[in-house]
Design a protein. Structure first.
Length: 258
């Protein structure tokens, strides 16, 4: 549960590069859980050819973009939404190949290993960069702020472990999920990854608060957003660390039927 000493995702103390190095970068305790097993779910979903189209909108935590490596094989027009200024800067540095940008080479190599190939991951990384047409700031703490961005309708919306770290209340979570779902075309898909029963996570010297959500709440929020769950599953926590108290990952593929 949040307390006065815990920071918020949008506070200036949040460092997206440090988050990435702690939880996503190669050769750390979390990489297999946070990156490899999750990207395998995205790879299998996109490889099944059930989720495809022209425009994809992604609202995911921090500088996490590994879900876009398999997505770029199906979508050529990707729009990223973020509410943290530091995360936006970190993403832009990677897109522009600026000095000090985070290293995603292990993401590309793992994705290509799932395709049964050992060469070509560098081209896939460039494919992802080229597919990202915009990185927009979503002022998530302001009600109805998503409509002011005048976004196009999307064939797919991805949200990876974002709302439970960016939202302060369950009502806010429900509302922002409805806003994201409203971006979908009829027949479009929401791919939602959630960290279940998390209350905090540590980045550098700071502890950040998270909104604790159980799976029942997430399923109800999805239904309240007018979506139908077509596929779901869990990824158990394998690592032992005090950096976060998340219980497990839950993932959902949902469709907007009308």
């Amino acid at each position: 549960m949040a307390n006065s000493k815990q920071k918020d995702y949008h506070d200036e103390e949040y460092d997206a590069s440090a988050f990435y190095e702690t939880y996503i970068a190669a050769d750390n305790a979390f990489s297999e859980d946070v990156m490899e097993r999750c990207i395998e779910v995205f790879h299998n979903t996109f490889a099944s050819d059930t989720v495809k189209g022209d425009t994809l909108i992604d609202a995911s935590l921090s500088a996490i973009t590994f879900q876009l490596f398999p997505a770029a094989d199906k979508f050529k027009n990707i729009i990223l939404l973020e509410s943290s200024d530091n995360s936006i800067d970190t993403i832009q540095k990677w897109i522009n190949k600026e000095p000090g940008a985070i290293d995603k080479s292990h993401v590309g190599m793992f994705h290509y290993s799932l395709k049964g190939e050992s060469a070509g991951w560098e081209e896939q990384e460039e494919k992802v960069r080229s597919a990202i047409r915009k990185v927009l700031k979503w002022d998530i703490n302001q009600e109805d702020s998503l409509s002011s961005l005048q976004l196009p309708k999307a064939d797919c919306v991805i949200s990876f472990t974002y709302l439970e770290l960016a939202c302060k209340t369950h009502d806010m979570y429900r509302d922002r999920l409805k806003q994201l779902s409203s971006l979908l075309n009829v027949g479009g898909h929401l791919m939602l990854f959630v960290v279940i029963n998390i209350s905090y996570y540590i980045v550098g010297k700071h502890t950040f608060a998270a909104l604790t959500c159980n799976e029942e709440f997430i399923r109800e929020a999805i239904a309240d957003s007018g979506l139908v769950i077509k596929n779901s599953g869990n990824i158990d926590r394998m690592f032992d660390s005090r950096l976060t108290d998340l219980e497990y990952f839950a993932h959902f593929v949902c469709v907007k039927e009308n």
